[in-house]
Every structure is written in structure tokens, then in C-alpha cells.
Write a protein that binds this ligand. Structure first.
Ligand code: PGA
Length: 225
């Protein structure tokens, strides 16, 4: 199984999100190659929109796209309660199947630590949400309950300078607590460079930012998977 995840970050409003899905669906329904991979469980596609757009996308999902799921881009480390502004596992349960946790942008701008990330992973698990834990290097902790690990070197994110497959595998080998875990690469992945990584069985897929914002560009990656 390969995984292709769209991380929309803080992009798109409601209309743009709905339009993205309509365009993606219409392109996909004529793309028998990708549809076959999805329906035969060779490929899973996951979209991580901003919080306010999750419900409308959730309401539009149907069987026309098999193996297609939603993810949040974060989850609170706190339980349900008096925590103004926090979005908890209780709120997300049933709306998303996955949650991206510990993205380097959250570590950088929101001060997230390995300790908070570990708590978020526990909360996600309790809410039946599969955690996709992002790490910047082999030193970032991988909680035991991480379902997938996405290695995203900071210098490769949004720069066009994707890491070489050698570097990706080198860091993966140095990671502790990785055995048998789904391993993704993220950082300037697009349709032109994704095939390189797919030649190696050690890489199970991608976390894609910029190239996921346009449904055509995102589909082009799916075609190569
Ligand atoms: P990018 O972002 O594809 O724009 O480099 C990846 C990410 O930050 O998840």
C-alpha cells in the first residue's frame, strides 16, 4: 500500500475546498489507472484541509472515490474541556481518520515539543484517529503509537530543494523506534521528482504541501504511484 497525503496547510476557503474536490473527483473518474489502484488497496489518498473545511468535505465524500480519507493538520494535546480555541479528539472523532501531528511549522511557530506531540498521539489514538507524526531529523522522538512517520527535512519544505533518496534512506536508517512503521517523505515532492523515491520499497508514500493545492498537480503524483 502506498500513501499520498495532501497537506493544504493554511490555504483555501470553503468554496475553494469544495471546488478542489469536484475537480479532483471529475479527473479521477476518468482515470482508470488511479481508480484501480485505489479500489485494489494499492493506494490510499488522504486530504488534510484546515479545520473549518473538514465538515463540508466530509459531507461530500462518497463511494465514487475509494480509499480516500480526511486528516486534520493537528489535534489538541488536551481532552474535552474548558480550553478555548482547542480542537480536541472528541470534536474530530468520526470526521477524520488521520491526524498530522508535530509538523515542523507547528514546532517552529507554535512551540510544539516532543512531549506535546506524544500527548497528541495518545489523544488521537483514544479518538480512533491514526497519527501521522512528522519528524525533521533522526533526533525527533517517534511515539510508540505513531501510525505513520513522515520525514520532512526543514530545508526541503516549500523550497523546491527536495532531499535526495540517499539522504532520506540514510536518515530513516538512523531513526530509532521506526521498525515496521509506515514511512513517508515530505518536502517539495511533485510529479517530476516522486518516481525517484518510489523505486525503493522503504518509502511508503508522500506528504505533499504546495503540489497538493492544485488537484491536477496532485493527481499527477497519484498517477506515478
Ligand atoms: P511542500 O510541503 O510539499 O510544499 O514542501 C510539505 C509539507 O510541509 O508537508
Amino acid at each position: 500500500m502506498k500513501y499520498l497525503i495532501a497537506n493544504w496547510k493554511s490555504h483555501k476557503n470553503q468554496n475553494e475546498a469544495v471546488e478542489w474536490l469536484q475537480v479532483f473527483r471529475s479527473k479521477l473518474t476518468v482515470n482508470t489507472l488511479v481508480l484501480k489502484k485505489l479500489s485494489e488497496n494499492q493506494l490510499t489518498i488522504i486530504i488534510a484541509p484546515p479545520y473549518p473545511l473538514i465538515v463540508s468535505l466530509h459531507n461530500q465524500l462518497d463511494d465514487t472515490i475509494p480509499n480516500f480519507f480526511l486528516s486534520s493538520q493537528d489535534i489538541s494535546s488536551l481532552p474535552e474541556g474548558s480550553y478555548t480555541g482547542e480542537v480536541t479528539g472528541v470534536s474530530l472523532k468520526g470526521l477524520v481518520n488521520y491526524s498530522i501531528i508535530g509538523h515542523s511549522e507547528r514546532r517552529k511557530y507554535l512551540g510544539e515539543t516532543d512531549d506535546m506531540i506524544a500527548k497528541k498521539v495518545t489523544i488521537a489514538k483514544q479518538s480512533n484517529i491514526l497519527p501521522i507524526v512528522c519528524v525533521r531529523n533522526e533526533h525527533d522522538a517517534i511515539p510508540n503509537d505513531a501510525f505513520m512517520v513522515a520525514y520532512e527535512p526543514v530545508e526541503a519544505i516549500g523550497t523546491g530543494n527536495n532531499a535526495s533518496i540517499r539522504e532520506v534512506l540514510d536518515v530513516k536508517n538512523k531513526m530509532s523506534n521506526m521498525s515496521n512503521r509506515i514511512f513517508l517523505y515530505g518536502g517539495s515532492v511533485d510529479a517530476n521528482n516522486c518516481s525517484e523515491y518510489l523505486t525503493n520499497e522503504e518509502i511508503d508514500g508522500f506528504l505533499v504541501g504546495s503540489a497538493s493545492l492544485d488537484p491536477q498537480k496532485f493527481l499527477e503524483i497519484a498517477i506515478k504511484m
